[in-house]
Ligand binder design. Sequence first.
Ligand code: GUN
Length: 305
Amino acid sequence: MSARKIDGAAIAAEIRGELKDRVAALAAAGRAPCLAVVLVGDNPASALYVRSKVRAGAELGIRSIEVIRPVAATTEDVLEIVCGLNADPAVDGILVQLPLPPQVDAQRVLVAVDPGKDVDGFHPINVGNLVAGRPGFLPCTPAGIMAMLQRSGIPVAGQNAVVVGRSDIVGKPMALLLLRHDATVTIAHSRTRDLAAVCRRADLLVAAVGRPGLLGREHIKPGAVVVDVGSNKLTERAEVERFFAADPRRLAEFERRGSTWIGDVDPVAVRELASAFTPVPGGVGPLTIAMLMANTVAAAELRRR
Ligand code: GUN
């Protein structure tokens, strides 16, 4: 049996295509949606994410405002930016790129965002709405994964789902969304005893720990659906050869660029054992950005009512 590769990029393109008409309708009615992105510091991965978000918006006709501050910014500096964006009637969505530098109190910043502009779904009001099953903005990565499963015809109700990782951004909201869709949900994490045994019970395994290739053959039940949220950069030749020994394309990429990407799941094991899986790159990543666009369009529509 060879696993089906879920084409996240194609599904994301489909979702963005559906948003185009809604953006056009908002623009025709007077004003295109506007997303404000706040980036503090010079973390290259964060800068790359922000560029991708702004570019994806531009392709749909969503306006972006980028607010960039040096790595030495204080909590007060960031709060002042957020308050200004809250008060700006032209701004529909606000996204504060994480992680923030350690001296910035991220909790205070996230609570300061107007819940009606909180397109990341990180404000406690929106987290509470998710827990209570009420309408609200959903965090983009878990929402994107649900959309991907639905559009791929992968059943969730009644399935044993195991989410590995308990972050506020992915693990926790992912578990809550799977529960909302009637999965039987387990959250595993760094203190879980016999992680492999827990994972092997999963019909649907979601890996969101940020550890290259952590989940291997012993973690995957044959026939499981495996969603890999990890996005880890490999720069050591020995590691690249360990994971991609039989993949000449990846080895060539490493020779060319000095690095390659890997998820949290061993790429060989998942192809051999899963019934369907999301590749890295090209799986979950594009969905996250598509859902950010969807949240921004929804925020704009709600604010025009
Ligand atoms: N950093 C990593 N993922 C995310 C995300 O979804 N939103 C924000 N704001 N920062 C992130």
